[in-house]
Design a protein around this ligand. Structure first.
Ligand code: SAH
Ligand code: SF4
Length: 362
C-alpha cells in the first residue's frame, strides 16, 4: 500500500521512518525536504541515503491536492484553487500585509452547521478534508511564495477561516496544526496560527489540551434568541456555555484574548443596542472584536450594514474599552470572499455577484 507522507503528523512521520529502520533525525530531514523545500521527488532529496530513498519510493508518495488555478489580484492577494475529487474544489487565499502574510485555509468541503449568512453553510456538508488536503494548501502556497530576501518566511500567519468547521474535523485539523508548528516543517508560532470556530464547546476544551493555538470565535449575535436563528449550532451550545469555554481557554492559551468575529448584517444584529448587549455578554472574557461587513451572495436574504452603522457599532465597543477592528475589502479582481469560498469547479450561477475577499485592518 502506498502512503501519502503529507498525511503524517510530525510524530507519525518519525514512527513511519522507524518502521523502515531509520533513526528519528532522518524523519526530520525528510520533513524539511517535504515541507520547507516543497520537494515531492525522493530522488532529489540528496542528503538522504540512497537505500532510504529507495525504500521511500517503494511505498510512499508526497501527494498534495492537484492545483487547478493560481491567481494574483492587483493588490497582491493570491488565491489557489485545489482539486479535492468528484468535481469539488477548495480555495486558499494569501493576504499580504505590512509586516505579515496570512494564509486562509479550509478544513472541510462544505459545512454541516447551516449558518444562515454563510454560503458554505447553505451548500451543506460534503466531507472532511484529509490531513494532506489541509496541509497541502500551505504546501502549495509556501512553495509558490517561499522566503523574502532576508530569509524570512513570507507566510507568517495561518487562519483556519476558509470553508468548513475546523473543530468538527478535529483529528485531521490537529495533525495539520502540529505540522504547521513543527520547526522542521513550517515553524509557525502558536500565536500566529488561528482556529476559527462557530463554538463547538467540548472541542474548544479538547483543542486547549491537545494543541493550543490562537482562537477566534464566530459570535454574530449578542443573545441566544438571535443566535439560535442565525447559527443553529447555538441551540446545542448556547452563549452561556460558549462564554464559559472562552474564559477557560484564554486562561492558558498562546494569546491572552479571544477574537470574536461578528458579521455585520443590515437591520439584523447591527444596532447600538446590540453592541451594548455584546459588551455585557463578553464582560468576563478578555477579547477583541473583528467586525466583518457581510459579503452578499445570491438569495442570501441579508444585506451588508451601512458603513455608518458599522462605525457606530465599533464606537460603542471602543467606548467600553474593547478593541474592535473592521475588515476591509481586497482582492476584488480575483473573486475571493470571506465565508464564501468556492465549493465547486463547475461554473456557479451569478458568479459576478459574489463579493470580495476581506482582510483585517489594524
Ligand atoms: N466555520 C468556522 C470557520 C470558517 S468561516 C467559523 O464559522 O468560524 C470564517 C468566518 O467567515 C466566520 O466568522 C464566518 O461567520 C464568516 N462568514 C461566513 N459567511 C460570511 C459572509 N457571507 N460574509 C462575511 N463573513 C462571513
Ligand atoms: Fe460552517 Fe462557519 Fe459557515 Fe457556519 S460560518 S456554516 S460554521 S463555515
Amino acid at each position: 500500500m502506498t502512503v501519502n507522507l503529507l498525511d503524517f503528523s510530525p510524530n507519525g512521520l518519525i514512527r513511519f521512518c522507524e518502521a523502515l529502520g531509520e533513526k528519528p533525525f532522518r524523519a526530520k530531514q525528510l520533513a524539511r525536504w517535504i515541507h520547507q523545500f516543497g520537494e515531492s521527488d525522493f530522488s532529489r532529496m540528496t542528503d538522504l541515503a540512497r537505500a532510504f530513498r529507495e525504500k521511500l519510493a517503494g511505498g510512499a508518495v508526497v501527494r498534495p491536492p492537484q492545483l487547478l488555478s493560481d491567481k494574483t489580484a492587483a493588490d497582491g492577494t493570491r488565491k489557489w484553487l485545489l482539486e479535492v475529487g468528484t468535481g469539488n474544489a477548495i480555495e486558499s487565499v494569501f493576504i499580504p500585509e505590512t509586516g505579515r502574510g496570512t494564509l486562509c485555509v479550509s478544513s472541510q468541503v462544505g459545512c454541516a452547521l447551516a449558518c444562515q449568512f454563510c454560503s458554505t453553510g447553505r451548500q451543506g456538508f460534503n466531507r472532511d478534508l484529509s490531513v494532506a488536503e489541509i496541509i497541502g494548501q500551505l504546501w502549495w502556497a509556501n512553495k509558490a511564495l517561499g522566503r523574502d530576501p532576508k530569509g524570512e518566511r513570507i507566510i507568517s500567519n495561518v487562519v483556519l477561516m476558509g470553508m468548513g468547521e475546523p473543530l468538527l474535523n478535529f483529528e485531521n485539523v490537529v495533525a495539520a496544526l502540529e505540522i504547521m508548528l513543527d520547526d522542521n516543517a513550517y515553524g509557525l508560532s502558536r500565536r500566529r496560527v488561528t482556529v476559527s470556530t462557530s463554538g463547538i464547546v467540548p472541542a474548544i476544551e479538547e483543542l486547549q489540551r491537545r494543541c493550543p493555538v490562537a482562537l477566534a470565535v464566530s459570535l454574530h449575535a449578542p443573545n441566544d434568541t438571535l443566535r439560535d436563528e442565525l447559527m443553529p449550532v447555538n441551540r446545542k451550545y448556547p452563549l452561556k456555555e460558549l462564554m464559559a469555554a472562552c474564559r477557560r481557554y484564554v486562561k492558558d492559551a498562546p494569546r491572552d484574548f479571544i477574537t470574536f468575529e461578528y458579521v455585520m448584517l443590515d437591520g439584523v444584529n447591527d444596532t447600538p443596542a446590540h453592541a451594548r448587549e455584546l459588551v455585557r455578554l463578553t464582560r468576563d472574557v478578555p477579547c477583541k472584536f473583528n467586525l466583518i461587513p457581510f459579503n452578499p451572495f445570491p438569495d442570501s436574504g441579508f444585506a451588508r450594514s451601512a458603513p455608518d452603522a458599522i462605525r457606530r457599532f465599533q464606537g460603542v465597543l471602543m467606548e467600553e474599552g474593547i478593541v474592535a477592528t473592521v475588515r476591509r475589502t481586497r482582492g476584488d479582481d480575483i473573486d475571493a470572499a470571506c465565508g464564501q469560498l468556492a465549493g465547486q469547479v463547475a461554473p456557479r450561477a451569478h458568479k459576478s455577484q459574489r463579493t470580495k475577499m476581506t482582510e483585517v485592518t489594524r
